[in-house]
Design a protein around this ligand. Structure first.
Ligand SMILES: *Cc1c(COP(=O)(O)O)cnc(C)c1O
Length: 414
């Protein structure tokens, strides 16, 4: 097999998709610029602060810019919120009270959320221990759509929060575009205006020029070492939503009465602003990498989701490798092309909290940043790998070539 001509053929097939992605990049770059201009962002907003951080203008402005971009009344954007899970947990503990019920509208949530809710493990202070009950509605039509009647009938008297996870995460289901959530959001708000609709927006930002908050979600939550950090933000997470939601959440962020008024950062805020400015471009690079990878493996006869030309709501590409040796060679080939730790050779290992062994490639500048090219897979049938990220399409393409070479050399591809 000639790898270069395979990639060239796939790339030719992808051209119309790439053109649409670049159109979307322009729209989103315009939105980011408009938000920067409306808030009159200047050098002084990059300045570090210490201690309580009263009157930290860099922090306040960053939150205002995010609120505008999400069409939201308010936002919390902080380096001190350690990761996406921490932000989602903060959101849940801010909105829920003992005796309340949490309903997941898109089936089982992301792995780490199961621990927060208390579905797995027994972490002290999880939602179950705090007196919050939980149930979930499954997605309909072969895991492609939210089941609006099903969710409505699962609402209880004490339901306070409905969680919608946008991304497929590491499940073989469709991701949800913001507009796919709109009918459920409208139906819930009509029936029970007191319920908060919270969206786990991880991996979805900038895939289109609207976010779930534009379609009425009460709050959107995500990580800054994924899409909206543009590969430059070193840490942190955001929550954007209605004042009603954010004012409850900010009490848990710091303390009741202090809310968003405190919180300093002793390094510059510049990478957060610059990362947000870069994000529409970086996300486009990552999605182009995903689309090309899907097409290459489709040409090789393998199953992918989404298909290369299907609509996308997140940056994740799932590919069924079908055999363990193929999967391992693929992941090792991605690692070998990483800018950092390129000499590391990933092997399947027993990761805490996971039933099957896991193998992952991640040679990133920002530790664990999955807006940078990375691949993960549980070692179980049908040996599906989840590929995401890529700061540049050129790197994504070279990494794909490296993975195919490794697969050929190891005899995993004919
Ligand atoms: C990444 C992710 C999370 C958790 O974020 P971390 O930053 O890894 O804690 C939650 N939900 C989804 C869908 C994610 O992709």
């Amino acid at each position: 097999m000639d790898i270069l001509s395979l990639i060239a053929r796939a790339e030719a097939d992808c051209q119309p998709i790439f053109a649409a992605l670049e159109e979307n990049e322009i729209k989103n770059t315009r939105r980011v610029l408009d938000a920067f201009h409306a808030e009159d962002i200047a050098q002084r907003h990059f300045a570090p602060t210490t201690g309580y951080g009263y009157d930290d203008i860099g922090r306040d402005k960053l939150e205002k810019v995010f609120a505008r971009l999400f069409g939201a009344e308010s936002a919390i954007v902080r380096p001190a919120v350690a990761c996406g899970t921490a932000a989602l947990s903060l959101c849940l503990f801010g909105l829920l009270r003992p005796g309340d019920h949490l309903l997941s509208a898109a089936g089982a949530p992301y792995d780490t959320m199961e621990t927060v809710i208390g579905l797995t493990g027994n972490a002290p202070g999880n939602l179950r221990e705090m007196g919050v009950s939980y149930s979930q509605a499954e997605m309909a039509e072969d895991q492609t759509k939210l089941d609006v009647p099903g969710v409505l009938s699962a609402i209880r008297e004490n339901t306070r929060v409905i969680l919608i996870q946008r991304s497929r995460g590491y499940a073989w289901r469709a991701s949800l575009r913001p507009e796919d959530m709109a009918p459920l959001i409208a139906a819930v708000h009509e029936k029970r205006p007191d319920i908060f609709i919270m969206v786990d927006n991880c991996y979805g930002e900038f895939l289109s020029d609207r976010e779930p908050t534009h379609f009425g979600a009460d709050v959107c939550v995500g990580s800054l070492i994924k899409n909206p950090g543009g590969g430059l933000a070193p840490t942190g997470a955001y929550l954007a939503g209605t004042e009603r939601a954010i004012s409850r959440i900010e009490s848990r962020l710091t303390a009741p009465g202090l809310g968003r008024e405190v919180g300093s950062y002793a390094a510059s805020y510049q990478p957060f602003y610059q990362g947000l400015f870069m994000a529409p471009h970086t996300v486009t690079q990552a999605v182009k990498t995903a689309v090309l990878s899907a097409r290459v493996f489709e040409l090789l006869g393998m199953k992918t989701t989404p298909a290369f030309d299907a609509p996308r709501a997140d940056i994740i590409q799932a590919i069924e490798m079908g055999a363990p040796d193929r999967l391992i060679a693929f992941v090792q080939g991605i690692q070998a092309a990483s800018p950092i730790d390129g000499s590391a050779v990933p092997e399947p290992w027993d990761m805490p909290g996971y039933a099957d062994q896991v193998i992952m490639a991640a040679g990133t500048f920002v530790s664990g940043a999955s807006i940078e090219l990375s691949a993960d897979a549980p070692m179980r049938e049908p040996y599906t790998v989840y590929l995401q990220g890529g700061l540049t399409y050129a790197h994504g393409k070279l990494a794909l070539q490296s993975a195919l070479e490794k697969m050929l050399r190891s005899g995993a591809l004919a």
